[in-house]
Ligand binder design. Structure first.
Ligand code: FES
Ligand code: MG
Length: 561
């Protein structure tokens, strides 16, 4: 578009000249778009505008022309009903901006949980070379005697406040201490997990996910990404070619070794779907079963992300499990992971165990299925999860939606004991809508006071990657889609056996299927909410829209500069 010597090229260059670009600037090639999701409504991504200036510097240094553009941004804390509700919309925004703009390639600037998969999904569908810079974790802070305060430390303090054990002064103090900089949640939660996935799939530079959000290292990573984006365009690296069953396996095994977030299952399946692939429960299970959990970082371990970064970050973890990986898969620089790992020296560190003596021999994410979850469910088995509950039978206490939960969970008359199973339904991708991160049902106050710290919890919701506990999530089909969860009643017996991958109710089938299902919310009649209700798929298909999956979404490159 800008290189045309006729009237069109003249006019297009003239518009850029009006922005203050020189005659030389407007003839630079390739043109690299910078998809920026910085927003005041997304504090985790707020630092990306500064990083963008370094990406631009790198693009210019390599001879290219950087042109930045905004997309919508999705914040975990500020988006209602939930961030996942908007992930597919953001992916469409990203895809259409890349497709219709006069750019040869793109650098994606993301960070907070859903912005990373949304950008990757959009870029895969758009089909132009794409690299990514993630926002990086927030700085670790201090609170009271805790000199290494991370976001997961906030949850037990919130429980103390709930049961009347924290005064107003400390409560106010806590508010100022949780987040002391821009950047993403500073544990191995969903944002760090997705950043690691972007690295392994070859979108973000090796070693770029864990440097702190506000460090010089991140700025130089951004500059190098600008340079590499020009190189990626010159070798016409296609995002779709980076997403293969082998690279997805590398990504998921790395998530397992990291003890990463349950949300990764949904996003990896959605990313696969955009490349015309399906991973499926069996593959996830096989990969999880023989990949050790080796990374001793919060929330599943004791060390902080800066300690993991000092040990070599994601590449160091990959190096420990390298016999499980496909080392010919490409990194963001185009060289193979094998070469990349061979070129690095990793210091000894308590933050990463060896594969021979792992923290846990088998996978941190386990798939479950049975008559309560015919299309599957997931449980994260790391850290303080009470092992006694991994094989458990108990009677259920059911909450129909988050309002019901909030209204009754701390009720002194709630019929629960420590052996009860708490069930939250109506919180799936269709029902809530968007599967809010509320599956981590709080321990009822009356049991908390007795010292109960973990119970078996089951829901069709998701859970924050910063939470832990014996929590079964993503039960599919969800209650609102007519899944078995809708037919469960208070007092029914339910059984879980994580080792056997089983989740079932013990109600006679004839009696169960004769029951009336739990009521559902009314479906939206217009707008995005209607589109979502008509087209969103269940978690086992990545919660993508049916019409966005598959090879047919990779369109011919139009509007190349
Ligand atoms: Fe944005 Fe955790 S809330 S990364
Ligand atoms: Mg989250």
């Amino acid at each position: 578009m800008f290189r045309d010597e006729g009237q069109d090229g003249l006019m297009h260059r003239a518009f850029l000249r009006g922005m203050g670009l020189s005659a030389e600037d407007v003839r630079r090639s390739p043109v690299i778009g910078i998809a920026n999701s910085a927003s005041d409504l997304n504090p985790c991504n707020r630092g990306l505008s500064e990083l963008s200036t370094y990406v631009k510097e790198g693009v210019r240094k390599a001879g290219g022309l950087p042109l930045e553009f905004p997309t919508i941004s999705i914040s975990e804390p500020f988006t209602r009903p939930t961030s996942l509700y908007l992930r597919n919309l953001m992916s469409m925004d990203v895809e259409e901006m890349i497709t219709t703009a006069p750019i040869d390639g793109v650098v994606l600037l993301g960070g907070c949980d859903k912005t990373v998969p949304a950008q990757l999904m959009g870029a895969i569908s758009a089909g132009k070379p794409a690299l990514m810079v993630t926002a990086g974790p927030r700085s670790v802070s201090c609170h009271g005697a805790n000199r290494q305060f991370t976001v997961d430390d906030a949850w037990p303090l919130c429980d103390r406040r709930r049961v009347g054990e924290m005064d107003d002064a400390e409560w106010c103090d806590l508010e100022g201490n949780i987040n002391v900089s821009v950047g993403t949640c500073n544990v191995m939660g969903t944002a760090s997990t997705m950043a690691a996935i972007a690295e392994v799939l070859g979108f973000a530079l090796p070693g770029s996910s864990l440097p702190d959000a506000v460090t010089e290292v991140r700025k130089s990573m951004a500059r190098r990404t600008g340079i590499e984006a020009v190189a990626a365009v010159r070798r016409q690296q296609q995002p779709r070619d980076q997403v293969t069953i082998e690279s997805l396996e590398n990504a998921f095994r790395t998530v397992i070794a990291l003890g990463g977030s349950t949300n990764s299952l949904i996003h990896l399946e959605a990313i696969a779907g955009r490349a015309g692939l399906t991973i499926g429960r069996d593959r996830f299970n096989d990969w999880s079963r023989d990949t050790p959990f080796i990374t001793n970082v919060r929330p599943g371990g004791v060390h902080t992300l800066p300690e993991l970064e000092a040990a070599g970050g994601v590449p160091a973890v990959m190096d420990r499990i390298r016999t499980k990986l496909h080392l010919t898969a490409a990194t963001a620089t185009g060289r193979h992971w094998g070469e990349e790992l061979d070129s690095r020296v990793f210091p000894e560190s308590d933050a990463i165990a060896s594969a021979a003596e792992p923290l846990q021999l088998t996978g941190s994410l386990r798939m479950l299925e049975g008559n309560l979850a015919p299309s599957g469910a997931v449980i994260k088995v790391v850290g303080p999860t009470a092992s006694g509950l991994l094989k458990h039978r108990g009677r259920v206490t059911i909450f129909d939606g988050i309002e019901d939960l909030n209204a009754r969970i701390d009720d002194a008359d709630l019929p629960v004991t420590a052996d009860s199973i708490l069930v939250l339904r109506g919180m799936g991708v269709l029902g809530a809508p968007g599967m809010p991160e509320v599956g981590h049902i709080p321990i009822p106050a009356k049991l908390h006071r007795l010292g109960v710290t973990d119970m078996l919890r089951i829901s069709d919701a998701r859970m924050s990657g910063t939470s832990t506990g014996t929590v079964v999530l993503h039960v599919a089909p969800e209650s609102a889609a007519g899944g078995p969860l809708a037919y469960l009643r208070d007092g029914d017996e339910v059984e879980i056996d994580v080792a056997a991958g089983a989740l079932r109710h013990l109600v006679p089938e004839a009696e169960f299927s004769a029951r009336e299902p739990a009521p559902k919310r009314a479906v939206a009649e217009r707008g995005f909410a209607w589109l979502h209700s008509q087209h969103v798929l269940q978690p086992d298909r990545g919660c993508d829209f049916d019409f966005l999956r598959g090879p047919e979404t990779v369109r011919p490159v139009i509007g190349a500069a």
